[in-house]
Write a protein of this length. Structure first.
Length: 451
């Protein structure tokens, strides 16, 4: 599972809002192609007169650093395919949906979590089952929960480029704990331990809060409810179960930290608040957020990360995120696009994503990536932090379920969840069974609508 292959460290450069990488194909005399052209058998030398085939590829800017590097490597391996790569700035969900509506999607598309379902059922994405069967591709290279999440109506609509057990990590300021004489968070920590530490670390003049958390959207709420034994949706995605006693307990716990104990600021979490020391612990975080936190902290203090404490009944609170690379259903370069799709979901692309110096550090969703020695030895972070990410993924990737509205009206569900959860944080609504019943009823009204 571990690799000794060397990987040069990616260098920092000024972020770009839009990046187009277009490389000319190399001469056939310089490198033999590793992919088959249409009508050609795999591994067969193409004719000298074979034309260069252009393939377009979209991703977010959050993948730009790693994917730009992998484009260069792709052309060395596949000289007869010219890859036109664009990292699209802005709200990626909206940008991709706009391209889909206009018929201008790329041949190959990186799909942000919870984006691909609507594209697939809307006819914009190509099922890849026949390609997988034709090439005898081993799907066990990826975590089974990742490929399972990409099956809709019995068809597979992509391969995981990234994926994680999410919103389940706790970052903490080691220097603040040392100055307060408090033992650092550890793997056996409880929620009571977290609250006790937050109270000791809080300075009630507003200069420092002991804790803050990711809160508000569908995924944040899913992780929070699950930590207390609840959930947002039924396993089939057809019923909202946000009005359970366990969900109420989760909301009450957070509300107490905001408005009764006052150890958590009643505002959205920002990396800068952790970086400047005004928040000592950042909870319910993505492991991939570490690059943003590192940029915010700089050399201000020592910091590390553990998994969030389990809930009062021993439940691990998390959600499963899967970001696939998929094929445009209207692509005219299916075989070449398939080569691109496989390239950007392979082990080397997964490791490159994990080693980015900006954007997200979420690796490829593969068994051979999360615990790759190149990631574990990333000099930007303590090895103990990266080992915890590896351990958490291997332990929980098969048990944390992927949750999405059965009718794929995810954006509408998210709007309702954000409206109600933010009302609790801002103290416009107090936690109560009736308040959660209202939230559940509004979500259910969306779930009852057709696809």
């Amino acid at each position: 599972m571990l690799s000794t292959e060397s990987q040069p460290r990616l260098t920092r450069r000024r972020p770009l809002t839009r990046r187009r990488v277009t490389l000319a194909a190399a001469s056939a005399a310089l490198a033999a192609p590793a992919c088959a052209l249409p009508g050609q058998r795999s591994g067969e030398q193409p004719p000298a007169s074979a034309e260069v085939v252009k393939v377009t590829f979209f991703s977010r800017t959050a993948e730009e650093e790693a994917f730009t590097k992998r484009v260069d490597a792709f052309h060395e391996k596949h000289p007869r395919i010219r890859l036109d790569y664009q990292a699209l700035a802005g709200n990626y969900l909206e940008v991709i949906r706009t391209h889909a509506a206009a018929g201008t999607l790329a041949d190959v598309i990186y799909n942000q979590n919870l984006l691909f379902e609507a594209l697939a059922v809307g006819g914009s994405l190509q099922p890849i089952d026949k390609l997988v069967q034709r090439d005898k591709l081993n799907l066990k290279q990826w975590y089974e929960s990742g490929t399972g999440a990409l099956r809709l109506d019995g068809k597979l609509f992509g391969l995981p480029a990234r994926g994680q057990v999410g919103y389940c990590f706790l970052f903490f300021n080691r220097d603040a704990f040392a100055r307060a004489g408090i033992r650092e968070p550890h793997d056996a920590w409880t929620l009571d331990d977290l609250v006790t530490a937050a109270e000791k670390l809080t300075v009630h003049d507003g200069s420092r809060f002991g804790y803050n958390t990711q809160w508000g959207n569908f995924q944040h709420t899913l992780a929070a409810f699950r930590r207390f034994g609840g959930d947002l949706l039924s396993p089939d995605g057809k019923r909202c179960v946000a009005d359970s006693p366990q969900a109420l307990q989760a909301v009450q716990w957070h509300w107490d930290l905001w408005h009764r104990k006052e150890v958590m600021p009643a505002k959205a979490f920002a990396n800068a608040d952790f970086g400047n020391g005004s928040v000592a612990m950042a909870g319910q975080m993505l492991a991939g957020a570490r690059s943003g936190l590192r940029d915010a902290v700089k050399d201000g203090f020592k910091w590390s990360m553990v998994a969030m404490p389990k809930g009062p009944t021993g439940k691990f609170g998390a959600e499963l995120s899967v970001a696939p690379v998929a094929l445009n259903s209207k692509t005219r370069v299916l075989d070449e696009g398939w080569q691109v799709l496989q390239w950007f979901t392979d082990r080397e692309s997964g490791v490159a994503l994990g080693l980015q110096t900006r954007g997200s550090n979420t690796p490829g969703m593969r068994h051979d990536v999360y615990c790759d020695e190149r990631l574990l030895n990333d000099p930007a972070y303590p090895r103990e932090m990266l080992e915890r990410v590896c351990k958490t993924m291997d332990q929980y990737a098969g048990t944390v379920t992927y949750s999405v509205a059965a009718n794929f009206r995810q954006a509408e569900v998210d709007q309702v969840v954000v409206k109600h959860t933010n009302a609790f944080r801002e103290n416009r609504t107090a936690p109560s069974a009736p308040a959660l019943r209202v939230m559940a009823a509004e979500v259910q009204a969306i779930l009852d609508q057709p696809r």
